[in-house]
Design a binder for this molecule. Structure first.
Ligand code: ADP
Ligand code: ZN
Length: 612
């Protein structure tokens, strides 16, 4: 969700309007004082009393303004209520009176104010129009816009009192919250860290799919630290004019430094942070200048001052310029994952608090039925279900409404992410369990397991993550073979359990084939082809004879077949473990290595844990 009630700074346009208003007030005021200072200025009551006392000789009435003469010759002025009864009083006391239409000269300052107001209105609407045009009529907020502050940052600033989010508002995302706690701690008491000379992060990168709660987390950091929050999107910096982005960055950080300690949140940082000099075509100069300015600003914070912490969000960390990730810049990377089953349940609970749902709502069942849903999707689900219930005039939202809402949302989501049928999910669970189990059964040859998930992500149905223990430049033949077996373990499990083949294993085969080809053609690891290098044999003969090409091809196939059979045999021998792991995966969707070791009763490889 994006910010609601921005605190706006006024900028030059505001200043201009302010000056006009001030001048108008001054002129109006001076006119009033002028009247009150002139001799004979009397109050309405005094005036009526004098009339009653027969002291008034004549009056000229013009609207509410009265100028008159006393019988003793003194002139006076007053402002009166327009009451016809006054004229009866004049008659009665023989005051000589005349009435005229209020003239321009009498109401001069009023006219001035009217003209001023018209000018003001004209300018305001011109400003509003230019802003609308710039935003394509979308009415996006933010101070400025328009020609007056093109170089001003479009960041919105939120004062701590308006930031309601806390870590408790963010369900799931436990690791991300843990990582961000340090930053909160630092913002609250920077001296605690500086005393010993600790270098604390200036920036952290929140990486995750849209809707996973990155903005929410950033706001929660500001909320927890009770400090101001500046929010801006990477695309807000970019304008057609070169230099504008850089000046907006400068302006943003100027404001931030004035309000430190504070958080600066840059959403969609990839809009400015893409690797420099790679994308095709021109028009990058502006973006690069903007990026350079951002780097300069981040390098420029002085450690003695109150801290400014920059949090940036992206779902394309891979395209970011490496310079952004260097120490002293965005040197922390915080993953904000698509929620797993348990997290989905927690997120649903957070949002259910805001609506009236039936007491026995099966939250777990809803969570189970929404794999791949992000936090934003789940918030939307609760809202949609509530709308459906309202339309039906129900007093509480029930399971049925959630199902309807889910179906609606899924129809819309289908193109974006894959929604798995139960059958798909089951196949995926066995497939991933197959990969994982082969690795577990060959602990010495394969890299240690990190986690296994069947939450679809992009085009992959599931993923088995493993981690290289150390930077390995050298791999033994056994290690390469074991990696091939592990890559083929997914398909082997599918064949073993379902006895049918799916298309989901293409990338596994590709990886296994690449490894086998490298063994044959680059590393001289087979007797049949000897200890030499064969270049360019991918899909072409690469200049080798038909016979050599066939030999290479056969050799690759032999390696793959052997490893496939080996994987199959291992899975057959450990069918109980395979079933157990698959079922647990279906239940939990994501399993970490430690959970799997415990489940299957396998000794953990604690000494091999990679320090993340
Ligand atoms: P992002 O910045 O990653 O695109 P947002 O932070 O804007 O996502 O999330 C949009 C909305 O989705 C939030 O305002 C909140 O209502 C809901 N949401 C997302 N993640 C969570 C979560 N972990 N817990 C509770 N609500 C969440
Ligand atoms: Zn696979």
């Amino acid at each position: 969700m994006k910010p609601k009630k921005p605190f706006k700074s006024f900028g030059p346009m505001g200043l201009f309007v302010g000056i006009i208003v001030a001048v108008m007030l001054l002129v109006g005021l001076s006119k009033l004082t002028e009247i009150s200072q002139s001799i004979g200025q009397i109050s309405y009551k005094e005036f009526l009393d004098k009339v009653r006392d027969d002291k008034v000789k004549s009056v000229e009435v013009s609207g509410q303004f009265v100028e008159g003469k006393m019988k003793d010759g003194q002139n006076f002025q007053t402002v009166v209520a327009e009451r016809p009864s006054d004229f009866d009083l004049f008659e009665k006391h023989e005051v000589n009176y005349s009435v005229s239409v209020p003239s321009v000269s009498t109401g001069g300052w009023l006219v001035f104010m009217v003209i001023g107001l018209l000018m003001l209105l004209g300018m305001l609407s011109a400003w509003y129009l230019s802003r609308q045009m710039k935003n394509g009529g979308a009415g996006r907020g933010g101070p400025g816009g328009g020609i007056f502050n093109i170089g001003k940052s479009r960041a919105k600033m939120f004062l701590p009192a308006t930031i309601k989010e806390r870590f408790s508002s963010v369900a799931g995302a436990h690791e991300a919250k843990e990582d961000l706690k340090d930053i909160v701690d630092f913002l609250k008491d920077p001296s605690k860290y500086r005393r010993l000379g600790a270098q604390i992060t200036k920036g952290a990168l929140l990486v995750g799919e849209p809707g996973t709660g990155k903005t929410l987390l950033a706001r929660a950091v500001a909320g927890e630290a009770n400090c101001p929050f500046f929010s801006v999107s990477g695309s807000d910096f970019i304008e057609v004019f070169v230099g504008v982005g850089a000046s907006r960055v400068r302006d943003l950080f100027e404001q931030a430094k004035k309000n430190a300690p504070c958080i600066v949140f840059i959403d969609e940082i990839d809009a400015i942070g893409r690797q420099r000099g790679v994308s095709a075509g021109g028009g990058n100069e502006e973006r690069e200048q903007t990026l350079n300015q951002l780097l300069t600003e981040m390098d420029g914070f002085e450690s003695s001052k109150e801290p400014v912490i920059v949090l940036a969000a992206t779902n394309r960390a891979d395209v970011l310029d490496k310079a952004l990730l260097r120490p002293g810049r965005f040197d922390r990377r915080i993953e904000v994952p698509v929620p797993d089953l348990v997290s989905r349940q927690e997120i649903l609970k957070v949002h259910l608090k805001k609506v009236k749902a039936v007491a026995d709502l099966d939250v777990k069942k809803i969570a189970r039925g929404t794999p791949g849903f992000t936090g934003a999707d789940l918030a939307n689900l609760v809202n949609q279900a509530t709308i459906i219930a309202s339309k039906k005039n129900l007093t509480e939202v029930g399971m049925h409404e959630f199902e309807e809402a889910r179906d609606q949302i899924m129809l819309g989501k289908e193109s974006k992410t894959m929604i798995l049928t139960d059958e798909d999910k089951k196949i995926t669970a066995y497939h991933e369990a197959g990969h994982a189990l082969i690795r577990l059964l060959m602990p010495n040859e394969t890299d240690p397991l990190h986690k296994v998930t069947i939450i679809p992500r992009g085009r992959a149905l599931g993923v088995t993550h493993f981690m290289p223990e150390r930077e390995k430049y050298n791999r033994t033949k056994e290690e390469l073979l074991a990696n091939i077996a592990a890559a083929l373990g997914g398909r082997a499990a599918e064949e073993l359990v379902f006895n049918e083949l799916s298309t989901g294993a293409y990338s596994d085969f590709k990886a296994a084939t690449d490894t086998a080809r490298a063994m044959v053609c680059h590393y001289g690891m087979t007797d049949a082809l000897g200890k030499r290098v064969y270049l360019d044999t991918y899909d072409t003969k690469g200049g080798y004879s038909q016979k050599t090409f066939e030999k290479i091809d056969n050799e690759i196939t032999r390696i793959l077949d052997e490893q496939y059979d080996k994987a199959m045999q291992m899975l057959k021998d450990n069918r109980d473990k395979l079933n157990k792991l698959s079922e647990e995966l279906l239940d939990k969707e994501t399993l970490y290595a430690s959970e799997i070791y415990e489940l299957l009763g396998i000794e953990p490889r604690e000494d091999l844990r990679l320090v993340e």
